[in-house]
Design a protein around this ligand. Structure first.
Ligand SMILES: Cc1cc2nc3c(=O)[nH]c(=O)nc-3n(C[C@H](O)[C@H](O)[C@H](O)COP(=O)(O)OP(=O)(O)OC[C@H]3O[C@@H](n4cnc5c(N)ncnc54)[C@H](O)[C@@H]3O)c2cc1C
Length: 380
């Protein structure tokens, strides 16, 4: 058994940390205020190689694994969780989906443009009536000569207004039983009939934009259907295993931010003639936060390692997301408490971490959906 990181893992972690401290640390508060990432910030992420981390070298990426991606995402989320989810969706739900399920032709046509950052990826599964019950989507894909016509409304799409390539799930056979009869389509932003709809005003991860995506008779050629026209839901679930690792890593990053800022504040803030860190009630909170972070990280890294080995890991990815997101929310709660009144203001970043933490328990399968996945596996 080996618990230490390889040199290549450390290199990725260090370069992500350098980028995050140089670009995200100073920009994040302003991005949160204006509810958008800057083009320069995204371009710098692409320049650093973070948009093609898990894309094979032959397609312009770095050819690295899920564990590398988790290490990168923890560092990014340490300073800006909006950038974190943007890169997580791009890498795990779009690039990795193409690597795992795309044809050679699809990989050759789309991956180099995604890996270079020319195109940002978005993932369109959720609809207004189909959230946790994702198999209940209604967006329709009708077979026409040479391809498919897509019509429907996708909801809650991360990067919905700035993506260059959308992975869209649509019903190819309305008569098929639930979970079947769904196709996975690649739709460029330039396709006639596709446009972003309403933009959500969010509590946290505000630098990442979240919009509806409206599709009206959008023609998708046969060569941009990924895999079996009836088997798209299986692809969606497989991609979500990787996506959950991304969100679990987001939780690690926010959790670490809460811990580091709380340690600093507790050592500086004096009450009753001494630093509040010297009160056992505060010191024990910090000890619990640190222990929970280590435990979450072990679950996340093990699940990522399993996925890199090609082993089944649905249960482990759900466990990693469930534990890391719960622990992150506890840490955010404690971080605000340790900061007292100051933690309730925008002068200190824990207020933002508290808002950002909430989403880790909601998207890519809410907490109770992770429990559903895990309980089904262990009761089988
Ligand atoms: C900021 C943001 C970004 C997002 N980005 C994307 C994206 O890029 N692409 C995409 O496709 N989707 C995206 N989503 C959608 C996200 O994945 C869904 O919001 C999530 O799956 C939950 O669905 P819902 O919001 O409809 O909640 P609901 O499904 O309505 O759930 C509401 C509550 O009921 C609980 N619940 C539901 N069913 C059960 C059950 N069977 N047992 C126990 N409890 C249950 C849930 O756990 C939850 O607490 C995003 C969402 C947000 C908020």
């Amino acid at each position: 058994m080996e618990f230490s990181l390889e040199e290549e893992h450390e290199m990725i972690r260090d370069s992500a940390r350098e980028y995050a401290e140089r670009v995200l640390k100073p920009e994040s508060p302003e991005w949160d205020r204006v509810e958008s990432l800057s083009d320069e910030g995204l371009a710098a992420a692409a320049e650093a190689g973070f948009m093609g981390l898990t894309t094979p070298e032959e397609n312009g990426g770095a050819g690295l694994g899920n564990l590398h991606a988790c290490l990168m995402l923890e560092e990014i989320n340490r300073w800006d969780a909006g950038m974190g989810v943007t890169l997580s969706v791009h890498n795990s739900l779009v690039c990795s989906l193409l690597v795992r399920h795309g044809s050679q032709d699809q990989r050759d046509r789309w991956l180099p443009r995604l890996a270079s950052g020319e195109l940002l990826g978005a993932y369109c599964l959720t609809e207004p009536q189909a959230g946790s019950d994702a198999a209940a989507i209604k967006c329709r894909a009708e077979k026409v000569e040479g391809g498919w016509k897509l019509t429907g409304t996708k909801a809650w799409v991360t990067s919905g207004d700035r993506a260059g390539l959308y992975v869209v799930y649509a019903v190819t056979d309305p008569e098929a039983r639930k979970g079947y009869g769904i196709g996975t389509f690649l739709v460029p932003a330039t396709a006639d009939g596709l446009r972003p709809g309403k933009k959500e005003e969010k509590m946290g991860i505000r630098s990442s934009t979240t919009t509806e995506v409206l599709l009206e008779d959008v023609f998708v050629p046969d060569e941009d259907l990924v895999g079996d026209p009836l088997g798209g839901f299986k692809i969606a679930l497989d991609a979500l295993d990787g996506g959950r690792l991304g969100i679990a890593s987001q939780a690690l990053g926010i959790h670490r931010a809460c811990l580091e800022d709380s340690i600093r504040y507790a050592k500086e803030r004096q009450q009753f003639g001494k630093p509040i860190a010297e009160f056992q009630a505060i010191a024990w909170k910090l000890a619990d936060m640190a222990t929970a972070l280590e435990a979450s990280r072990l679950l996340v890294h093990r699940a990522a390692w399993l996925r890199d080995q090609g082993e089944p890991c649905t249960k482990e990815c759900s466990m990693a997301k469930l534990a890391a997101s719960r622990a992150c929310n506890d840490a955010a709660q404690d971080a605000v408490q340790i900061h007292g009144g100051a933690g309730y203001t925008t002068e200190f970043r824990v207020e933002k971490y508290f808002r950002d933490a909430r989403i880790t328990e909601i998207y890519e399968g809410a907490t109770d959906i992770q429990r559903l996945v895990i309980s089904r596996k262990i009761l089988r």
